[in-house]
Every structure is written in structure tokens, then in C-alpha cells.
Write a protein that binds this ligand. Structure first.
Ligand SMILES: Cc1cc2nc3c(=O)[nH]c(=O)nc-3n(C[C@H](O)[C@H](O)[C@H](O)COP(=O)(O)OP(=O)(O)OC[C@H]3O[C@@H](n4cnc5c(N)ncnc54)[C@H](O)[C@@H]3O)c2cc1C
Length: 300
């Protein structure tokens, strides 16, 4: 789409350069498809030069400009990305979520190769699969402000509604840190869509950490991520189906379920309870195998 109010394309990743009427430009797949009648300048992050993915023993850092295509390669390239030490490479079963969440995107060439982790989170769509991935793995965002400050915040709290984030005007999402304790967890993934190539209507990620904590992250079904966290052993291990239902009731009011063409709130709610119980049984009660896809495939 033409954006005929744009007067300047400025290559910069310096938040001090931001002024009203500016927007950060990452992959452009939202900016150039939705358009704008108010923006004056695009601050192009394309030349930021940020290393897309950095790995160390403490976890993984994703630059906001990391593309979906680059992220998809991470599970295969992890050993080469680790610093050279004598230590054994970490065992991170939760890396399985990377491809599952990438696959939850529309898989067109353009989206796959251009859109970025940061652009997805900053757009704040309920069905944002990078929000699902990073929230589900306790990702922490680093945010740079135009005044020169830096703050951090869990991705699960960064998206606050449908198309809404807690980013202040001009704030720049720099990176997301995925901590080793979450990457080392056993995980379970469930996704449903109403149509064969449909956008996610419900996307749940479960995590059972080494200390016994059970974390359930609900996305796509709700307007913003909702995270349920059940203590360390023996509390989480004792979580039964009724307790899970009560916890979901308490955490997600009916009004928080998302309502758009990709699913009615009632359906999203029913599927959230169904898939949450599947995840509970898989991770805490034995049973089904990991990584189930909903009956329908990826994308939009
Ligand atoms: C056909 C189609 C299907 C799509 N399907 C989906 C889908 O299923 N799920 C989904 O979530 N999205 C979907 N999208 C929307 C979009 O492609 C993704 O959200 C994508 O990840 C956005 O990333 P981007 O890098 O292209 O963002 P851009 O278009 O560059 O930017 C999007 C917004 O984020 C801001 N922004 C970008 N980077 C930063 C940063 N580092 N810090 C602060 N603000 C920033 C921009 O200013 C802009 O407001 C779809 C789009 C199309 C065209």
C-alpha cells in the first residue's frame, strides 16, 4: 500500500531521533499492508546491524529485528551459536516451540522473510505467534526510550490488549531474552484455527520447569496474553483438573476472550479449557505426546 504522507525514510535505531509522526519500520508487513494517513517519517531499523540471535549458557537473546526465517533456523544452528567452551551444550527441549510458533504464522514468502520478532510483538495482535513464543518462555523485553533510558519488562505484560502494547510513543523494542530455565523445561503446545490456513484462534503453551513450576500461557484466545503459574513442587504436581478450571475462571473473565472473524469468544473459551486440560495431563499427569497442532494448519 502507498503511504503518501511519508516525507522521509530515515535509517536509524536511535530512539533519540524519534519525534511525533514517526514510526519504527522493521519488516514493514503491517505498516505497508494497513497503511497510515498520519505518519510523516519511517525510522528504518533495517540498517541497525543487530545480531539476530545470540546464545549463551544463560539463554537466548533475540534482536527485535530477527526475522521469522532466521528464527526458524535456530534449533538446527544452536550448537554453532554457542560460545566455545568445554562445557556440554545445554539441553533445551523448549526449543521445539520455536518452529511451532513460526509455523503458526501465515507462511507467505513475504511474511516469512521480512517480518520480525519485534514487529510482531509491537503490533500486539492476539494471534501474534512471537508474543506467544516469548511470553510462553518467560521472555523479557529490553526497551529503549527516546529520553535515553532502558527498561525491561516481561513480554507477557508488554501486550496489553488487541493491538495495544505498553510501549510509550517512540519507545524501541531492542531485544527479547529467553532464559535458560524456561528453555530447559518440558513444554506442550496446542493451537487451533477455524479454517485450514486460518489465523490462530487459540494458542496455548504449557511449561513444566525443573523446579516443578507449571506455567500455562494463553494467547490468541484472549485479547492479551494470560499466564497462570502454579508454584513449585508439590503444589504444581498436585494440580488437578478442577483446580485448573478454577484457576482459568479466576484468571480470564469472559470479556477478555477475543472476538473477531477468527473465532467467537465462546468457542475460544471452550477450546482454552479443553486444551489447557490436555496440556495439564501431558505435562503433569503423563499421557499424551508433546507438540500437538490443532486440526487445522498455519497462518492467515
Ligand atoms: C497476509 C498477512 C497475514 C498476517 N498474519 C498474521 C498473523 O497470523 N499473526 C500476526 O500476529 N500477524 C500477522 N500479520 C501481521 C504482520 O505480518 C506480523 O505481525 C509481523 O510480524 C509484523 O512484523 P514486521 O517486522 O513486518 O512489523 P512492521 O510492519 O515493520 O511494524 C509493525 C508495527 O510495529 C512497530 N515496530 C516494529 N518494530 C518495532 C520495534 N523494534 N520497536 C517498537 N516498535 C516496532 C512499527 O512501528 C509498527 O507500528 C499478517 C500480515 C499480513 C500482510
Amino acid at each position: 500500500m502507498d503511504m503518501n504522507t511519508i516525507e522521509e525514510l530515515l535509517p536509524t535505531a536511535d530512539p533519540a531521533a524519534w519525534r511525533p509522526g514517526d514510526a519504527w519500520l522493521a519488516g514493514g508487513t503491517v505498516l505497508f499492508s494497513y497503511g497510515s494517513s498520519t505518519l510523516r517519517r519511517l525510522l528504518d531499523l533495517g540498517a541497525a546491524g543487530w545480531t539476530p540471535i545470540t546464545v549463551d549458557a544463560d539463554g537466548i537473546e533475540l534482536a527485535a529485528t530477527c526475522t521469522i526465517a532466521a528464527l526458524y533456523e535456530l534449533p538446527d544452528t544452536l550448537p554453532q551459536r554457542l560460545p566455545e567452551t568445554d562445557a556440554a551444550p545445554p539441553v533445551w527441549p523448549a526449543l521445539a516451540l520455536v518452529r511451532q510458533c513460526c509455523d503458526a504464522f501465515v507462511a507467505s514468502f513475504k511474511i516469512w522473510n521480512m517480518s520480525t520478532v519485534g514487529g510482531n510483538i509491537a503490533t500486539g495482535l492476539p494471534a501474534g505467534p512471537m508474543t506467544s513464543l516469548c511470553a510462553g518462555l518467560d521472555g523479557v523485553a529490553t526497551i529503549l526510550s527516546p529520553g535515553g533510558g532502558t527498561r525491561t519488562m516481561p513480554v507477557a505484560e508488554l501486550v496489553v490488549g488487541d493491538g495495544l502494547t505498553s510501549l510509550a510513543p517512540g519507545e524501541l523494542l531492542r531485544s527479547i531474552r529467553l532464559p535458560a530455565h524456561a528453555l530447559a523445561a518440558r513444554v506442550a503446545y496446542r493451537r487451533l484455527s477455524l479454517s485450514n490456513l486460518g489465523r490462530s484462534g487459540v494458542l496455548l503453551i504449557g511449561r513444566h520447569d525443573g523446579d516443578g513450576t507449571f506455567v500455562l500461557t494463553v494467547t490468541a484466545a484472549t485479547q492479551r496474553p494470560v499466564q497462570l503459574r502454579f508454584g513449585t513442587r508439590p503444589d504444581a504436581d498436585a494440580l488437578d483438573a478442577d483446580a485448573l478450571v478454577r484457576a482459568l475462571d479466576a484468571a480470564i473473565p469472559v470479556s477478555l476472550y477475543h472476538d473477531d472473524i477468527h473465532g467467537l469468544p465462546r468457542w475460544r473459551r471452550d477450546m482454552t479449557y479443553k486444551l489447557a486440560e490436555e496440556i495439564r495431563r501431558e505435562l503433569l499427569g503423563g499421557g499424551e505426546s508433546a507438540g500437538k497442532e490443532g486440526r487445522h494448519g498455519h497462518g492467515d
